[in-house]
Design a binder for this molecule. Structure first.
Ligand code: NI
Length: 261
């Protein structure tokens, strides 16, 4: 089956705004499969001992997770690699960046339980990544439930991808917390655009696009599956001084290091 790529209008919008929405990246019939994989991985704490499941917004020190996240879910559910989001994300990335090279895939899942899921603060994904690269990547954010501002849909600052990587800090200035927040996010408040989506749609963004998702204030779940693809990327002339990553001291990293030994 062919994998449709972005239209000329969608590409222009992505290049102009730093994000674009697309309908139905999940093929008919696969949404229930994705939901059941998602539910199983969180219910079984898949990846916890290797540091791949953790609380994005807390310290993992016994309190119930506020923003549970799983990295590399296809390690625990390899069938994800055969489904439409991964296939289409790969095709769209190769087409958008005009490369035949196979992009490097990253993936995660973020759960905002009803009334519990906390804020994903304003950040640029590149702030987490290799500071020596000028990444040519796309992030595909795919809700498995209908999302709006009340349950934590994605929100963006249009045009922010044209900025370089901005200074970030750990959530609450606590280096034991994995999640990052850009310094001084309130300065962008009057430029924000919310992106409500139906389950199975996607919003795509670039590595330096500022984005945020609010808390889940509803009785509905907000399950999100995120696939990222990075095409061959150039070295930066001067690496980002990402001191906010060098300071990290998370329980997740300790578990990851223990699992490697
Ligand atoms: Ni992000």
């Amino acid at each position: 089956m062919p994998n449709p790529v972005l239209s000329a209008d969608q590409k222009a919008q992505l290049s102009r705004d730093g994000f674009v929405t697309i309908a139905n990246i999940v093929e008919a019939g696969e949404l229930e499969t994705l939901r059941s994989i998602f539910d199983r991985l969180f219910a079984t704490k898949a990846g916890w001992s290797e540091g791949n499941q953790f609380d994005l917004a807390g310290t993992d020190q016994g309190d119930a997770p506020k923003l549970p996240q799983i990295l590399k879910p296809s390690r625990y559910a390899p069938e994800l690699l055969e489904l439409s989001p991964v296939r289409r994300a790969r095709a769209i990335t190769r087409d958008y960046f005009e490369t035949d090279a196979d992009p490097i895939m990253g993936e995660h899942m973020i759960f905002k339980p009803p009334r519990v899921g906390s804020t994903t603060p304003w950040h640029q994904d590149q702030a987490y990544h290799d500071p020596t690269l000028d990444e040519r990547g796309l992030n595909f954010w795919i809700p498995l439930d209908d999302t709006d501002e009340a349950n934590g849909c994605m929100q963006y600052v249009p045009g922010s991808h044209r900025m370089d990587v901005l200074p970030h800090h750990s959530i609450g200035n606590d280096p034991r917390v994995h999640g990052l927040e850009v310094d001084g996010p309130e300065r962008f408040a009057d430029q924000v655009v919310a992106c409500p989506l139906s389950a199975g749609d996607a919003v795509l963004h670039l590595p330096t696009t500022l984005h945020y998702a609010g808390p889940n204030r509803t009785d509905r779940q907000r399950r999100a599956y995120i696939v990222s693809m990075v095409a061959p990327s150039a070295q930066r002339a001067v690496p980002v001084d990402n001191y906010w990553m060098r300071e990290k001291r998370t329980a997740r990293l300790e578990r990851a290091q223990a699992a490697e030994n």
